[in-house]
Write a new protein. Structure first.
Length: 734
């Protein structure tokens, strides 16, 4: 190096881990020169490559996006109008602290709702810092329910007694058959290494079948067969597969007798001895649209091609009674003896967020408590063992029903009247069901605070906007899940403009609210605490490499111990077995939460009288170029895909619609104008509007942005599944 040259002008590479709630955690090599990011590369070698997708590689454009929020701002127009003026951090923080104190002292701490989301999923810089702050300030109202997969959690906790149901992805290399049930990892990632292992599994001879209303990119790349099926009928198909297996005497009876409880109850239902309706392939054909031979062949193949992995995607669980789909999938895995064995799969939900494996978990960091929720009664249909998964199970407002709680309050059966909403890392308005109802609720609130990076649909409704730094402008720790590893999210550049981290904002608010014991550590001290508690041996090496990979000598198979040594390692259920029949559910005495998996027809299905008015089933899938609403405005990514509604050729022809036409999509909840994509890649009777597009209404309230949630319902399934994929619409050419 030229000694006269300024060392700061030399390019350096900062190691980081991308964790943007896209479904993966991938290694980033961030090139920086003169304090500017010049390019981003990813993992290039080693035995386990954590290679970033197009979103991670485009993150530089997100950091330097011209529409980033640069300064604290206060609203000067009407809510939703998007008119703000710049203010200082002092004014912004004083206003927010003052409003938190005013609402708490006037109405009680329960009048404050905290809503956090995914966003940049770090261990430190997220909503947990606000959980701690508001808890120390007297408490707040929490929400319950993982909006992506609460139906899956409910099923896992009822059937296995735990939400740790996942094997490592290299387990697929030992499968003879892989069923991709409503699962599209080519777009949703579903852990960094998933597609790599699917490629290898296929090359090794595994047969792969995709069951999905759409011919997905995953089906195109990996599947030998595509079976299109009507949304919301997955439980019916699985239960009929059980019928075929029982009739053909293909069930693993020894496994059932040894490790499960309640199979006879389920068998009586399947054969029709309980209700007089045998769940035959003919019965299922009318419901699902799958042909009799398709169902029969799928059942026999799954029962005989051992080991087989039924990967239960979370999309089918985002339906009315989605809990039944997940419970039925687990039951089928038990019937075939594929739980706890190499190459099999428990059929627990395919994806977890920030959980990892039992032997590889993030621990430590900020602790919180909430006096408002202490001693709260178990919610209706709540499972007693759900308390073990933390605060998400203990709130009294379902995540998707914040609008209902605000609008109805105590008169509607909620414990409080809600006055203030604090939103962290969430474009909630855009992503919640029944968007127009949420607008009504937002306009009823006295105060809204939003911590954000962009002027999202939600940010436009804020009274105070606080600009937050990206993960490349701070340090954090995250975790991988498909394979066990930890990622260090290294700070590449100083925070741009006046953006601040979540920890900085909460610390400043605490001081203004008179809370002296909120934070006693620096950012690095917190991260060292997390690393040491999580078993990362060398913190400095971890920071330098950006990743700490856990070496495992063989694939990790969940429930292997329980299967090999049931006497010493029982399942975490009351019976110590896999509970096909759950006494906990039976005690609820409700047909909506039966003790065994059952098919319950969804509302807004083809059999609903509403179908005469709105004949098409709507699903809201995930987009390759977005992570929910993130990355929506980046030019590089917008070039790749248009926001449009997928409609089958037959449905389009019946409406005079051609590919590329503008169409009106509507139901009683809302309407939009969007481009049509006429295609054979979606089954007749079903339309798909990818979720995450930003709401953009015209003066009449008709959305022109393609936001699917102007059409979805906030009615929640009994176990908490949010039915984004249960809804009826009509489509007309404009």
């Amino acid at each position: 190096m030229n000694l006269s040259q300024d060392p700061s002008s030399e390019e350096k590479v900062v190691m980081s881990a991308c964790s943007s709630h896209c479904g993966g955690v991938c290694l980033l090599k961030v090139h920086v020169k003169d304090g500017q990011i010049t390019k981003i590369e990813s993992d290039e070698g080693g035995d386990l490559q954590l290679t970033a997708c197009l979103r991670g590689r485009a993150y530089r454009q997100r950091v330097y996006a011209p529409d980033r929020l640069k300064y604290p701002m206060k609203r000067v127009g009407s809510r939703g109008e998007g008119k703000f003026e710049r203010i200082s951090w002092d004014e912004a923080l004083n206003t927010v602290a003052g409003e938190l104190i005013r609402v708490r002292d006037t109405y009680g701490p329960g009048a404050i709702i905290l809503r956090g989301g995914g966003g940049d999923l770090g261990m430190l810089h997220r909503r947990t810092v606000m959980d701690r702050l508001l808890g120390l300030a007297g408490g707040y109202s929490q929400t319950w329910g993982y909006i992506s997969f609460e139906g899956g959690i409910y099923a896992e906790m009822a059937t296995f007694g735990t939400f740790y149901t996942r094997s490592s992805r290299d387990n697929l290399l030992h499968s003879r058959l892989i069923l991709l049930w409503g699962w599209d990892p080519a777009n949703t990632i579903q852990d960094s290494t998933t597609c790599w292992y699917l490629v290898q599994a296929k090359e090794a001879g595994a047969r792969i079948i995709s069951i999905d209303p759409r011919y997905t990119d995953t089906a195109s790349a990996f599947a030998h067969q595509w079976l299109p099926m009507r949304p919301g009928t997955d439980a019916a198909a699985l239960i009929t597969m059980a019928y075929v297996i029982i009739k053909e005497k293909l069930q693993d009876q020894k496994f059932l007798d040894t490790y499960t409880i309640g199979f006879d109850n389920f068998k009586n239902y399947v054969l029709g001895l309980e209700d007089g309706i045998p769940k035959t392939p003919v019965w299922a054909e009318r419901i699902t649209g799958l042909s009799v031979p398709s169902i029969e062949n799928l059942a026999v193949e799954y029962a005989t091609a051992k080991p087989a992995a039924l990967i239960a995607g979370i999309g089918p669980g985002r339906t009315a009674y989605g809990e039944q789909y997940h419970r039925a999938a687990i039951t089928l895995a038990a019937m075939t003896g594929n739980i706890g064995v190499l190459g099999g799969d428990s059929a627990g939900r395919c994806f977890t967020v920030m959980q990892g494996f039992p032997f590889c978990k993030l621990k430590g960091g900020m602790k919180s408590m909430n006096p408002v929720e202490e001693g709260a009664p178990l919610r209706r249909y709540g499972l007693h063992n759900q308390k073990s998964i933390g605060i998400r199970s203990q709130g009294r407002i379902n995540t998707s029903q914040i609008a209902d709680a605000i609008l109805r309050g105590r008169k509607g059966g909620y414990p409080f009247d809600y006055k203030l909403l604090y939103i962290v890392n969430s474009n909630y308005l855009n992503q919640c069901p029944d968007l127009n109802k949420t607008i009504q609720a937002f306009n009823q609130l006295e105060f809204i605070v939003v911590q954000e990076q962009f002027m999202t649909s939600t940010a436009k409704f804020a009274d105070i906007l606080l600009p937050v730094s990206t993960f490349l402008e701070r340090n954090d720790i995250t975790i991988g899940e498909g394979m066990p590893f930890f990622g260090y999210m290294g700070q590449a550049i100083k925070p741009l403009y006046e953006s601040r981290s979540h920890l900085e904002i909460a610390t400043e608010l605490a001081a203004r609210m008179g809370i002296s014991h909120f934070n006693d550590k620096t950012e690095d001290e917190w991260l060292r605490n997390i690393a040491e508690n999580s078993g990362i041996p060398d913190y400095h090496e971890f920071k330098e490499k950006g990743v700490h990979k856990i070496k495992i000598s063989e694939p990790y198979v969940e429930f292997k111990r329980q299967i090999e040594d049931p006497a010493n390692y029982p399942f975490s259920t009351p019976s110590g077995r896999i509970e096909i029949y759950s006494q906990q559910l039976a005690d609820m005495d409700s047909p909506e939460v039966p003790p065994i998996p059952k098919y319950i027809p969804t509302w807004e299905s083809p059999g609903d009288p509403l179908a005469s008015k709105y004949p098409l089933q709507l699903i809201t899938t995930h987009f390759k170029r977005r992570a929910h609403t993130q990355f929506e405005t980046l030019p590089w990514l917008k070039e790749l895909q248009r926001q449009e509604i997928q409609i089958n050729t037959l449905d389009a022809q019946a409406r005079g619609i051609r590919d590329g036409d503008q169409v009106r999509v509507f139901n009683d909840r809302g309407e939009m104008v969007i481009l049509a994509k006429v295609t054979e890649r979606i089954m007749p009777g079903v339309v798909d509007i990818p979720q995450g597009a930003w709401y953009n209404p015209d003066p009449k309230g008709v959305d022109n942005g393609g936001c699917a949630n102007v059409l979805t319902s906030d009615r929640v399934s009994p176990g908490g599944a949010v039915p984004y994929n249960t809804g009826l619409v009509q489509v007309q050419k404009v």
